[in-house]
Design a protein around this ligand. Structure first.
Ligand code: SF4
Length: 324
């Protein structure tokens, strides 16, 4: 036994493979992120060389990201200026486990409908549905979205607040606002392609227990109104991105910022910069960490919101400061 950095180290520690596995996963995640960026750039160069088409000006609005936050869409599209925080081992593993289960489940549905269908709308929304299905009884189309949730997230899917149309339908739950919006965007895009899509289904699966819950999203006048309102926000966001500015955040839950958004730490860092030597901080303080959480972040590298300190935090690269 020896003492290193004040902690006891056993000679047998040398046999532990955990650190190796964690490092391999984290490094692969960084390489994947770089390769994705490079692929995008090389596709843009090829299309420009062959067709003279400049795709760099194209703004891509993915329903899964837009339904969470339009500022996140801005970060993604201004990717030459903003870099997402590298994923931690924990978040990378959660993602891998989620996508493995996701694809296995979709394979079981093959033959019953079409999965992974690309959708595009004239507003620039472009994404891929999990599964679309023509109901043999109604002849109408339905869009299915699978969501694998932690125990905590799953318990928060409740029946409270169910619409009066669905009150008498047993065993259906209320989707989160962002999942509802995501499905509405798919439904609207598919309806624009001439498909009579009347219902969206969010199928929630508890990652820990394999319990399930289902939520129905009906295409009705309320849905049409919600989409119309959101499309107006998208239009504003597109204008901002075209001017190389970040759109206003549209996030409805701090949980999304803290747990899912890869730009959360960038925002956090932005705030730290803003707090010390930049202006325009006031709007930012309502989201993100409180003072006590920031203190804990400096001391321990833990945000207390499921995110660890990224490698670049120690010597951060200069980044553009958000003005919002
Ligand atoms: S940290 Fe929150 S407000 Fe910022 S881009 Fe992400 S989801 Fe939006």
């Amino acid at each position: 036994m020896s003492i290193e950095n004040g902690s006891k180290v056993s000679a047998l520690d040398v046999y532990k493979l955990g650190p190796l596995i964690e490092k391999a996963v984290e490094e692969d995640a960084i390489k994947w992120q770089e390769a994705r960026k490079q692929r995008k750039t090389s596709t843009e160069i090829t299309l420009k060389t062959v067709w003279g088409v400049d795709l760099t000006a194209n703004i891509n609005i993915s329903p899964s990201i837009a339904s969470n936050c339009l500022r996140w869409v801005g970060y993604e599209n201004l990717d030459s200026e903003y870099t997402p925080a590298p994923r931690s081992f924990k978040s990378e593993m959660e993602l891998m486990m989620g996508s493995a289960a996701h694809f296995s489940l979709l394979r079981k549905l093959s033959g019953l409908g079409s999965f992974e269908q690309d959708v595009k709308s004239k507003e620039g929304i472009s994404g891929r549905t999990d599964f679309i299905f023509q109901n043999p009884k109604t002849q109408e189309w339905q869009v299915l979205d699978l969501k694998f949730l932690s125990n905590f997230g799953f318990r928060n899917i409740k029946r409270e607040g169910i619409s009066k149309e669905l009150k008498n339908t047993k065993n259906v739950y209320v989707p989160t606002p962002e999942h509802r919006l995501q499905l509405l965007l798919y439904m609207r895009a598919l309806r624009g392609e001439g498909k009579n899509v009347t219902c969206g289904n969010v199928f929630y699966i508890n990652r820990d227990t394999a319990e399930t819950k289902e939520a129905l999203v009906l295409w009705d006048s309320k849905a049409e109104y919600e989409v119309k309102e959101f499309l107006a926000k998208i239009k504003e966001a597109v204008k901002k991105i075209q001017n190389k500015e970040l759109p206003e955040p549209t996030v409805q839950s701090d949980y999304i910022c803290g747990k899912f958004c890869p730009f959360f730490l960038l925002r956090l860092w932005t705030k730290i910069c803003s707090r010390t030597n930049q202006k325009g901080i006031k709007k930012e303080t309502s989201l993100g960490l409180q003072k006590s959480q920031r203190t804990s972040f400096f001391a321990t590298g833990k945000t207390g919101k499921g995110r660890d300190k990224p490698a670049w935090f120690i010597s951060p690269k200069p980044i553009k400061i958000s003005k919002a």
